[in-house]
Design a protein around this ligand. Structure first.
Ligand code: GLU
Length: 287
């Protein structure tokens, strides 16, 4: 089956070998299936993202021989779409305003004997989910800008007739392959509308994957948990569910994930050292 895949970097720095692996992986998955490879710039965070990084990323992709089969999608051009989806969820009562600061959440968690935990640490304890309607209205009327969180349990019951599972075709954290049961509450009541940029990563990604017609999402296994909540979002927003392939992460000699500050692992420094795209594919064990 021809798959449409995508490479979705955030232009907050130069591409490093981990990104190169992700880009080559997505391109190869599209090519092997006779499908299409697309690019999306995840530039929601207007403070950290820079257009010169986006330009450098496109130049790097060209050097790697990875040309997208359609126009590059910039998330910064899609804010009205994200807002419309968030409004739809507000009307359906599936999101609630959250006025907590990080400090409030830390204090609340400290006071709990059994704080809810997810794969990445403690989950939001649900403080603002328990506010009454008048309490919410008072705070909104006072002009406090909230974040908007998914009411995960309500969202799950809104799609109770659906079997929660996604299709994994590749190497997941435990080498999963086949149908993976979705744990809708794995990440708790995630933020869908950020205080600062309006939308959040989870909301933007599901809307954009649907908009770009992505049918196979290839990405690092660090995002395996995100796929669970994104399944739920796709279900409540009546979006198609892509197939997933979570790939390994590229690590340095000490086994740490690469960071944008590791200059010797950037593509630019490898290019400057005379390496070719072929050398990199060999090093990354991609054909
Ligand atoms: N922008 C994300 C990253 O750079 C990828 C998001 C995704 O693949 O869903 O890690």
């Amino acid at each position: 089956m021809p798959f449409t895949t995508r490479f979705a970097p955030s232009p907050t720095g130069e591409l490093h070998l981990g990104h190169v692996y992700a880009a080559l992986f997505a391109h190869q998955a599209a090519r092997d299936s006779g499908g299409r490879f697309l690019v999306r710039m995840e530039d929601l965070d207007t403070i950290r993202c820079r257009t010169d990084y986006a330009t450098a990323i496109m130049a790097d992709l060209q050097w790697l021989g990875l040309s997208p089969a359609g126009p590059v999608l910039y998330q910064s051009t899609r804010l009205a779409t994200y807002q419309a989806a968030l409004d739809q969820l507000k009307h359906a009562g599936l999101v609630y305003p959250c006025f907590c600061t990080r400090g409030d959440i830390a204090r609340e968690l400290d006071g709990l004997t059994a704080a809810p935990h997810g794969p990445d640490g403690p989950l939001y304890p649900g403080t603002c989910r328990r506010l009454s309607v008048p309490e919410r209205e008072d705070r909104l009327a006072a002009g406090t800008i909230p974040a908007w969180r998914l009411d995960t349990a309500l969202a799950r019951s809104a799609v109770a007739d659906r079997q929660p599972a996604f299709e994994e075709t590749g190497r997941g954290p435990h080498d999963e392959r086949g149908t993976i049961p979705v744990d809708c509450g794995l990440l708790g009541d995630v933020i869908l509308g950020r205080k600062d940029f309006g939308a959040s990563y989870h909301l933007a990604v599901v809307l954009d994957d649907a908009h770009q017609g992505v049918t196979l999402v290839t990405r690092g296994e660090d995002l395996f948990a995100a796929t669970h909540v994104q399944w739920l979002l796709q279900a409540i927003l009546a979006l198609p569910h892509p197939v997933y392939r979570h790939h390994r992460l590229i690590r340095d000699a000490e086994g740490n994930r690469l960071a944008k500050r590791d200059h010797h692992q950037t593509l630019a420094s490898r290019r400057a050292a005379g390496q070719t795209p072929c050398d990199l594919k060999l090093e990354l064990q991609l054909g």
